[in-house]
Design a protein around this ligand. Structure first.
Ligand code: AMP
Length: 423
């Protein structure tokens, strides 16, 4: 019979050799977020479909073609979360966090799901690190979010990050601008790609996302949101730019950056990395979403945050700096399987001292077992042969120096510790 199944399309196994990268990413995230006063939140992996339809917007790629949606047994429509912000805003109100001192600063790490065509750096299941600061409209929080993300890349030693920044206005200035953009494109509709014609109808700001060669010329001359911001939006944008300059964070203004989700207002930003290339070069992005709470039916509440893709970041991290899983300190084995339980007991006393001890079970030649120990990078081997067992002793072998001593059981811990600290 053939093996039962393969990994589903667009998913990954994060193997032991991958874990050091993932631990570096989540460890740096946790440490940095907490230093900025962000506390961890975890929301369910699936939510009512309507949450994403209302938050992200029906005309977006995510909602129109990328959601994993299914019915539960009570015929309710559920969706594997494609993004983290809408669920967190829901949880903020569910838990009554609007009554706490504002802003509420939250961070998250977890899996997200989008049914996009899988390719390099694009998966059906992927993981994100994100933060949200909810309940305060101050542009200083936009700066804080951008700085925190920037420092996360720095903490991982990832250079070559390119920060793109834009403002997409708010409910006051964007509707008029949207019409201005439509007026500009209307006489040229026949020249546009099919996708851009759809965007013209449904979500004209996203005309700037087009990668089609035929759309480029028109795009370059199109009116830009940044030139039509209302006074409060313009002031907030200036404050964000000043804040980043004061923190010496280099950024590039990119009037074409609109991001794929409807809920953004004012500041939007993206972290790109040169090594990824192509359409998948964004490592993360975010922005302000002052209209999101109201779109979900809650009281108007401002917020700002980012989401960074960990699968893509792992690709960059692997190219830059090899990290290895931890090697065992001690490889413990019995020459005769009947002494195994004794070895297992000795291993236990070493583990209580915080050491990593692997017991190698079963009957196999001693040299074969020692080769395994060397392959796994163990520093010390603990061996018990029939003679040692009889005398209540064990052999402690330094795997590098290839020297060994026989010691009494009570000397095992100090001898092993000494061998480990000698290296
Ligand atoms: P977005 O909010 O769509 O910009 O997503 C934020 C980040 O999540 C992106 O910059 C990517 O690094 C990551 N991301 C989004 N979609 C995927 C996907 N399908 N596969 C892998 N990573 C993704």
């Amino acid at each position: 019979m053939p093996p039962i199944a393969q990994r589903p399309r667009g998913t990954q196994d994060l193997l032991p050799a991958d874990q050091p990268y993932w631990e570096a990413m989540s460890g740096t995230a946790k440490d940095l977020a907490e230093r900025f006063g962000y506390l961890r939140i975890e929301t369910p992996t699936f939510e009512a479909t309507d949450l994403f339809v209302r938050a992200v917007g029906e005309a977006t790629d995510i909602v129109s073609k990328e959601m994993f949606t299914f019915k539960d047994r009570g015929d309710r429509s559920l969706t594997l979360r494609p993004e983290g912000t809408a669920p967190i805003v829901r949880a903020y109100f569910d838990a009554g966090m609007q009554l706490e001192p504002q802003p509420v600063r939250l961070y998250y790490l977890g899996p997200y799901f989008r049914s996009e065509r899988p390719q390099r750096g694009r998966f059906h299941e992927f993981r994100q690190f994100g933060i949200e600061a909810i309940g305060d409209a101050s542009p200083l929080l936009d700066v804080e979010a951008i700085v925190l993300g920037w420092k996360w890349f720095g903490g991982l030693d990832i250079g070559g990050i390119h920060l793109l920044l834009n403002s997409i206005g708010d409910d006051v200035c964007r509707p008029a601008y949207r019409e201005r953009l439509r007026d500009y494109y209307r006489p040229h509709l026949a020249k546009l790609s099919a996708e851009s014609r759809t965007r013209f109808e449904k979500n004209p700001l996203r005309l700037f996302d087009s990668k089609e060669p035929q759309d480029q010329e028109l795009k370059q001359k199109a009116p830009r949101m940044v030139d039509h911001l209302c006074q409060p939006c313009a002031q907030a944008f200036q404050a964000v730019k000043d804040g980043l300059a004061a923190e010496a964070i280099p950024f590039t203004l990119n009037p074409e950056l609109v991001r794929g989700l409807d809920y953004y207002t004012r500041t939007v930003f993206e972290y790109q990395h040169e090594s990824l290339g192509g359409a998948q070069n964004a490592l993360g992005g975010g922005g302000r979403y002052d209209g999101l709470a109201a779109a979900l039916g809650y009281r108007v509440t401002p917020g700002v945050g980012f989401a960074i893709g960990l699968d893509r970041t792992a690709m960059v991290l692997k190219e830059r700096k090899p990290l290895a899983p931890p090697a065992p300190d001690v490889w413990a084995l019995a020459v005769d399987p009947k002494d195994e339980l004794y070895v297992f007991h000795l291993a236990g006393t070493l583990r209580e001292r915080g050491l990593r001890v692997v017991v190698d079970p079963g009957a196999a030649r001693l040299d074969a077992k020692l080769r395994k120990a060397a392959k796994r990078g163990a520093r010390v081997a603990l061996l018990v042969g029939p003679e040692e067992r009889e005398k209540g002793e064990a052999v402690v072998r330094d795997m590098r120096l290839k020297t060994q001593v026989s010691v009494a059981e009570r000397e095992v811990v100090p001898t092993v510790t000494q061998a480990l600290s000698a290296g």
